[in-house]
Design a binder for this molecule. Structure first.
Ligand SMILES: O=P(O)(O)OC[C@H]1O[C@H](OP(=O)(O)OP(=O)(O)O)[C@H](O)[C@@H]1O
Ligand SMILES: O=c1cc[nH]c(=O)[nH]1
Ligand SMILES: [Mg+2]
Length: 209
């Protein structure tokens, strides 16, 4: 079974509260989404392997640690996932970026894929799939299936707000995919929105409503 982890560092909780507030405007919403993504990646990358290297400081030779060259990729689920990419890249600037476009039909809540462009060596990379919202889980499930079809092997799903329904859907579909959230919310409403949630993440990020 994949692990589900809520990264509830006080800074993450504080920033998420600002995002949830309906009076927070696009500029702050976008900046804070990026900051939370950065903090989440800091926590998630604690297990990255290190190797010893010999270097020379101004005082002489020493053996120290550096990252063992594990390759990473970040794949935002468009559109809203784009709001988390900068934050990831601030900490992992060498990561390659893939894109997968998904929209959820407002009536049926069924996801539809409309774009896919991945780094050619995706199968060799640890992949962070990012999207602020995990609601029914339909979009993330379809995105992860598409990435698997294109060779991605080691994937983690990183979201800001998760609904229990979405977590269950990913756990059942992908025992090999760990899910990280900044918060686990209460439920989905009849329109498939997370409650209390933060509303429509894409629209709030890009000012489209
Ligand atoms: O778990 P689900 O029930 O599939 O819902 C979550 C999806 O819905 C939102 O995207 P949306 O379809 O609104 O597209 P957008 O990012 O372009 O706004 C969100 O960013 C997720 O991708
Ligand atoms: O609450 C939700 C659910 C899906 N997509 C969003 O942007 N928000
Ligand atoms: Mg949207």
């Amino acid at each position: 079974m994949g692990k589900f982890t809520v990264l509830n560092h006080p800074l993450i909780q504080h920033k998420l509260t600002i995002m949830r507030d309906k009076n927070t405007g696009t500029k702050d919403f976008r900046e804070i989404a990026s900051e939370i993504a950065e903090l989440m990646v800091y926590e998630i990358t604690r297990d990255l392997p290190l190797k010893s290297v010999e270097i020379e400081t101004p005082m002489g030779k020493t053996v120290q640690k550096e990252l063992a060259g594990k390759k990473l990729a970040v794949v935002p689920i468009l559109r809203a996932g784009l709001g988390m990419v900068d934050g990831v890249l601030r900490l992992v600037p060498a990561a390659k970026v893939g894109h997968i476009g998904m929209y959820r039909d407002e009536e049926t809540l069924e996801p539809h894929e409309y774009f896919l462009k991945l780094p050619p060596d995706i199968e060799q990379r640890d992949v962070f799939v990012v999207d602020p919202m995990l609601a029914t889980g339909g979009s993330a499930k379809m995105a992860i299936e598409a990435l698997k079809k294109h060779g991605a092997k080691n994937m983690r799903l990183v979201v800001l707000v998760a609904a229990p329904e979405g977590v269950k859907a990913i756990e059942e579909a992908f025992p090999d995919v760990d899910v990280y959230a900044a918060a686990l919310d209460d439920h989905l409403n009849d329109d498939g929105y997370i409650v209390p949630g933060l509303g429509d993440a894409g629209d709030r990020l890009f000012g489209t409503k």
